[in-house]
Design a protein. Structure first.
Lengths: 157, 506
C-alpha cells in the first residue's frame, strides 16, 4: 500500500540521517588517526589530530542524543520540481566540461522552463540575455575571464 | 575623536556616496523579494566587492544588511509574506492593517520605526564597540578561546532548527574549517592530496552555496504558492496619535534589538520577536495585537533594525559574528585583510568609524527610499520566481568562480547548496554551519595557544576569572534553550488543554 511505503520511507530517513552523520564522523575520526604526529618541541600545545578527534567525538555524542531526544521528522516528500532542479544541477556540471558560459545559459533556460515558464521571449531573456550580460560585466568591468570553452574561445580568440 | 571625524569625512567621497545609495536601493529590492534576505544578498554580492577598497566594499555589505532588513516589512505588510524572517512578526499587525486599507499607514510606521531603531543602534555601536574592544585588549588566548566557545554555544538558540541540530550543524561547520594545512603545525588534514584543499575550504563559496543555492532548492518546492498583493495609494508618515501610541514601543524595541544583536550569533529575528512581545505586554490595548495594532508594527520593526547595529558590535570588536549577515560581513573583512578585534580600534580606527557613519547614512537613506519608493519596490515582489531564481543562480555561480577564478569554488558552492538544502529539509539551520566555518580555525588556534601558555594543563583555564565566566556562560547557553523549550512545551500543553476545555464549553 502506498501510504505504508511513504511512512516507512520517512521512518528510514529518521534513522538514516543520524546513521550517515555517525558514519561520516567515524570515517573522519579514522582518517585523523593517520595525521602526522609532531615531536613535543614542535607540537604547539596540541597535536594536529587532537582537536578534530575531540570535535568528532562531540559530534557523534550530539548525533546520538539527537536521534534519541529530537528525532528527524519529515512532513513532506521531496517535491518533483526539487528533484528536477537537482537533475538540472547535474546537467550544469556535465556541460561545464564543454563550456562554462554555455552551462550557465542552459541551466538558466532549463530551470525557468521546469518552473513553468513557457513564453519564448522570457526564456530567451533568462537563458541568453542574462548570461551574456553577466559575462560582459565580468569580462569588461571586473576583468575576470571565464574558463576557456567552446563558446568563450570565440570571444577570447 | 580624530578617527570619528575622519570616518565622517570619508563619506564626502562621491563614489562612496553613490555606492551607498545604490546598495541601499539594491538592499531594499533584495529585502522585498520573498526568498531573498539580507544574508543571501550579502553572500551573493560579496565576490563583487573583492576588487574594491575595504571601506566601500564593507560599506556596501552593511548597507545591504540595514536596508534589506527594513525592506522585509514591505512584503510582510502587503502580501503577508515576510521578505526576511526578521519581519515575520510585522505580518501579524501589518497585514491586518493593509487589509483594512491602511497599508500606507503601516508602511509609514515601519519606515519610521526602522530608521529610529537603526540609528539608535548605530549610536550604541559607536559607543560600545570601542569600549568592548578596549576591554578585550588584555584578553589572553584562554579568554579568547572561552569567548569564541561562548559565541559558538549561542548557536544552540539561533536559526529555525532545534538546539541539538544547531550544535551539530555548528560542529560540522567547525569540522569544515579544519580541512587543509594546519596553520600551527603545517600538517595536512583531510586534503586527500588535493592541492585545492591545501588552503582549506573557502568561506565565500560556502556562503553562496548555503544561503543562495540552498534557497533556490527550497523555492523549487514552493512554486504553487500564490501571492496576492494589497493595493496601496502611498506611504504616509505616522500621525500624532500614532506617535503617541507607539513612541514607547519604538524606544523600548530599539534598546531590546540592540542588546539582542550584541549577543553573539543572535540576530534580528529573535530581536523582532522579543520586541513585538514586549510592545504587546506594555501596551494599553494588548487585545488589538494581531488585529492591526500600529504599535505591533513599530515594536517589531524598531527591534529588527536595531539588531543590525547591535550585531556589528561583537563582529568588529571581538571578531565573533553577531548574526548570520554579520558572519558574511566578517568574511568580507577577512578577505580584505582586515582583522576584526581590539586592535581594529587602534590600528584601523578610521576604517571602523567610516563603516559606522556609512551605516548611519544608510539608515537615513532608507527613510527617504521607504517613504518615496515603497510603492515602486512593492512591485518587485511580482517578479515571477521562474525569472528571478535562474538569474540569482547565474550571479551566484559566477560570483563563486570570480573569487579565485577557480572552477573548484563553483563545485564547492554547488555542493554546499545541496548540503544546505538537505540540512534545512531535515531541520538543521545553515546559519550555525556558516558561523562554525568562520570561527572553527580561530577556536583551534586559541586552544593550541592556551595549551602552550598553560603548559598543557587545560584545567588551569578554570583558575582564570574571565575564562571561567565565559565557560559558565557557555554552559548556560547550551543548557538554557533545552530548559526553555521544555518549559514552553509544558506551558503550551497546559494552554492547549485549557483552550480545549474552553472550546468544549463554548
Amino acid at each position: 500500500m502506498p501510504r505504508t511505503t511513504k511512512n516507512s520511507g520517512r521512518r528510514v530517513e529518521r534513522f538514516l540521517v543520524p546513521a550517515l552523520i555517525v558514519i561520516f564522523c567515524v570515517v573522519a575520526f579514522w582518517l585523523s588517526t593517520t595525521f602526522k604526529k609532531m615531536p613535543p618541541i614542535l607540537k604547539r600545545g596540541i597535536q594536529p589530530s587532537d582537536f578534530p578527534q575531540l570535535l568528532l567525538g562531540l559530534l557523534i555524542t550530539l548525533t546520538l542524543a539527537m536521534a534519541w531526544f529530537d528525532p528527524i521528522r519529515i512532513r513532506e516528500r521531496l517535491h518533483g520540481k526539487t528533484i528536477g532542479t537537482l537533475v538540472i544541477f547535474g546537467v550544469f556540471a556535465a556541460v561545464t566540461a564543454v563550456d562554462f558560459f554555455l552551462a550557465l545559459a542552459i541551466f538558466a533556460a532549463l530551470l525557468a522552463a521546469l518552473w513553468g515558464e513557457r513564453r519564448a521571449h522570457i526564456l530567451a531573456l533568462v537563458g541568453l540575455v542574462v548570461p551574456v550580460l553577466v559575462f560582459f560585466l565580468f569580462d569588461q568591468v571586473f576583468e575576470i575571464r571565464f574558463p576557456r570553452g567552446l563558446l568563450t574561445n570565440v570571444w577570447y580568440g | 575623536m580624530d578617527a570619528l571625524l575622519n570616518g565622517l569625512l570619508s563619506l564626502s567621497d562621491p563614489f562612496l556616496l553613490f555606492l551607498l545609495v545604490a546598495a541601499t536601493l539594491g538592499g531594499v529590492v533584495i529585502g522585498a523579494l520573498p526568498g531573498l534576505n539580507a544574508t543571501t544578498g550579502a553572500a551573493l554580492l560579496l565576490p563583487f566587492t573583492l576588487t574594491m577598497e575595504p571601506v566601500p566594499a564593507i560599506a556596501i555589505l552593511t548597507a545591504i544588511y540595514c536596508s534589506a532588513t527594513f525592506a522585509g516589512a514591505i512584503t510582510a505588510i502587503l502580501i503577508n509574506t515576510p521578505g526576511t524572517s526578521a519581519s515575520a512578526t510585522t505580518c501579524l499587525d501589518g497585514y491586518p492593517l493593509a487589509q483594512r486599507g491602511e497599508a500606507g499607514r503601516a508602511l509609514g510606521m515601519a519606515v519610521v520605526a526602522s530608521t529610529v531603531g537603526g540609528a539608535i543602534s548605530v549610536v550604541c555601536l559607536m559607543l560600545a564597540a570601542p569600549l568592548l574592544a578596549r576591554a578585550a585588549y588584555n584578553f589572553s588566548p584562554p579568554e579568547y578561546f572561552a569567548l569564541t566557545l561562548f559565541g559558538l554555544s549561542m548557536l544552540a538558540s539561533i536559526g529555525d532548527g532545534s538546539p541539538l541540530k544547531n550544535l551539530i550543524a555548528g560542529g560540522f561547520g567547525i569540522f569544515l574549517a579544519l580541512v587543509g594545512v594546519d596553520n600551527l603545525t603545517t600538517v595536512e588534514r583531510f586534503t586527500f592530496g588535493s592541492y585545492q584543499l591545501y588552503d582549506g575550504i573557502g568561506f565565500v563559496p560556502v556562503m553562496i552555496g548555503v544561503f543562495g543555492i540552498s534557497e533556490l532548492l527550497v523555492q523549487s518546492s514552493r512554486l504553487d504558492v500564490k501571492r496576492e498583493q494589497i493595493r496601496m495609494k502611498s506611504v504616509m508618515l505616522p500621525t500624532r496619535a500614532d506617535y503617541a501610541k507607539s513612541w514607547r514601543a519604538i524606544v523600548r524595541s530599539s534598546g531590546i534589538g540592540t542588546f539582542i544583536g550584541i549577543l553573539p550569533a543572535e540576530g534580528a529575528t529573535v530581536a523582532s520577536m522579543i520586541g513585538y512581545n514586549e510592545a504587546k505586554r506594555w501596551s494599553r490595548t494588548p487585545e488589538e495585537f494581531g488585529k492591526g495594532a500600529i504599535e505591533g508594527v513599530a515594536g517589531s520593526e524598531a527591534a529588527n533594525n536595531a539588531a543590525t547595529g547591535g550585531a556589528m558590535v561583537p563582529t568588529l570588536a571581538l571578531g565573533i559574528p553577531g548574526s548570520a549577515t554579520a558572519a558574511v560581513i566578517l568574511v568580507g573583512l577577512l578577505v580584505h585583510g582586515i582583522r576584526p578585534g581590539p586592535t581594529m580600534f587602534t590600528e584601523q580606527a578610521d576604517f571602523a568609524y567610516a563603516i559606522f557613519w556609512s551605516m548611519m547614512l544608510v539608515n537615513i537613506l532608507f527613510f527617504f527610499v521607504g517613504l518615496r519608493g515603497a510603492r515602486v519596490f512593492a512591485r518587485v515582489t511580482l517578479i515571477p520566481v521562474q525569472v528571478l531564481w535562474p538569474c540569482v543562480f547565474v550571479f551566484s555561480i559566477v560570483g563563486a568562480y570570480a573569487l579565485d577564478q577557480s572552477m573548484f569554488d563553483v563545485w564547492v558552492a554547488l555542493l554546499s547548496g545541496v548540503l544546505g538544502y538537505f540540512m534545512r529539509r531535515y531541520g538543521f539551520s545553515v546559519v550555525p554551519l556558516a558561523i562554525g566555518l568562520i570561527l572553527g580555525g580561530m577556536l583551534e588556534q586559541r586552544l593550541g595557544q592556551s595549551m602552550v601558555m598553560l603548559d598543557e594543563k587545560w584545567w588551569l583555564m578554570l583558575t582564570r576569572p574571565l575564562t571561567l565566566l565565559f565557560l559558565i556562560l557557555t554552559a548556560l547557553a547550551l543548557v538554557g534553550p533545552a530548559f526553555w523549550n521544555r518549559k514552553s512545551r509544558r506551558s503550551s500543553t497546559t494552554t492547549s488543554n485549557r483552550e480545549g476545555m474552553t472550546d468544549g464549553k463554548d
